[in-house]
Design a protein around this ligand. Structure first.
Ligand code: GLA
Length: 396
């Protein structure tokens, strides 16, 4: 929805006038490479999308936070003094989790009315939840600073951390920092090369030389994804514990080189754990090589690394499944495809492919048809551009 239309909807729902309404937005993300490395202190290379969450906001004089969305016919009303009560909400828990974490971090929150509009597909692995979290954090922090006369810019990295904490502590999903960081800190036509150990990062120009980023959604209903995600995390922790017996200075798998892994891998007797660790450490190397390839304008090498990443996620980390594998296999049969891999947590969700512009239509038609033949599911395709991170939309 356009901002003007959104403001009108806001007035229909909450009353009053348009004066003083504030508009904030934050995007979804696609991860180009570096999967399941963030919670292991590794590198990732995500980019912010132009699909996003927009939120219209207005402060209130009481301590209530009211939530509404353009695509939902119910509303949520919560008190800032009893935020523990809303953890089980089906919708609204991400927002209230953010409010809870902001308060715990000392932000002097004020009550407010909020209206949400989303263009990131829900549950598709493009971080619709991070988009909501970061947009909410920015809106609430901005309004609370102003209401209390605090003249300070909202720190976007801080907002990313608040979003992750909300998801970990309030929603109960043990995710890493990548999604919220990309949503908060993205830049148009750039990828973010992020070191998850200390959150140092570089914006890497994405010169795709006549290629497009095509996202293909398996549209598979994800079940058990968060329990399997947590299982992978604990397998990595087990592997680290063993490797630390010979590499005591390592604080995370991201501290361990592939050469060290090869030297000591036999210490990890459990084959599953060994495979998980090998994925993480080799993937970390691939992220570094991908960034070099981008700086050297070597898109073909970048594509090869994407394919290796997918194979490792399929064979070593075992988070792909028939739907994601089929999309990647069919994509790689199309002339003009430079690389293709699953993106996000896996177990369903989306793939990301780099496709020559003139081959995009052929890609969508052929991959869509083959995927349907082989799985009985209809895929969706998005040729989203790379956009900016979270910000306030200031209108003239
Ligand atoms: C999900 C999580 C991220 C990251 C990816 C896998 O998107 O939210 O933190 O772990 O999975 O790379």
């Amino acid at each position: 929805m356009e901002v003007q239309e959104l403001k009108k909807r806001f007035i229909e729902i909450y009353g009053g006038t348009e004066e003083g309404l504030r508009v904030f937005e934050s995007p979804g993300r696609v991860n180009l490479i570096g999967e399941h490395t963030d919670y292991n202190g590794g590198f990732v290379l995500p980019a912010a999308l132009t699909m996003k969450t927009t939120v219209v906001a207005r402060p209130r004089t009481d301590r209530r936070v009211n939530l509404a969305a353009t695509d939902l016919d119910f509303r949520v009303s919560a008190s800032l003094d009893s935020l523990d009560e809303y953890k089980d909400l089906k919708w609204g828990n991400y927002q209230l989790g953010v409010a809870d974490e902001l308060q715990k971090a000392g932000y002097p929150l004020v009550g407010c009315d909020l209206l949400y509009d989303d263009t990131v597909p829900h549950g598709g692995g493009l971080s619709s939840s991070a988009a909501i979290e970061v947009a909410t954090a920015l809106a609430l922090a901005t309004l609370s600073y102003e209401a209390n006369g605090i003249k300070k810019e909202v720190d976007m990295i801080e907002m990313a951390k608040i979003g992750q904490k909300a998801e970990n502590n309030y929603v109960g999903v043990n995710c890493g920092i990548m999604d919220q960081f990309a949503s908060a800190m993205g830049r148009k036509n750039h990828a973010i090369f992020l070191d998850c150990r200390d959150l140092s990062y570089k914006l890497v120009p994405l010169n795709l030389k006549g290629c497009k980023i095509v996202i293909s959604n398996t549209n598979k209903k994800r079940s058990l994804a968060s329990s399997k995600y947590n299982e992978r995390r604990s397998e990595c922790e087990k592997g680290l514990k063993i490797l630390k017996t010979v590499l005591p200075q390592a604080t995370c798998l991201g501290d361990i080189t592939y050469e060290q892994f090869t030297r000591y891998k036999d210490l990890i007797e459990n084959e599953t754990v060994r495979k998980r660790v090998e994925h993480v450490i080799s993937e970390n190397d691939r992220v570094k090589k991908s960034v070099e390839a981008l700086y050297e304008d070597d898109l073909a090498e970048f594509g090869r690394l994407m394919i290796q990443s997918h194979n490792s996620l399929r064979d070593l980390y075992e988070v792909t499944g028939i739907e994601l594998d089929t999309l990647v296999e069919e994509a790689l049969k199309i002339e003009g495809v430079i690389g293709s891999r699953m993106t996000g947590a896996g177990f369903g969700g989306c793939t990301v492919s780099i496709v020559k512009e003139e081959a995009v239509d052929d890609f969508i038609e052929k991959v869509g048809a083959k995927y349907f033949d082989r799985t009985g599911l209809k895929a969706s395709f998005y040729a989203s551009e790379v956009g900016d991170g979270g910000k306030e939309i200031k209108q003239a």
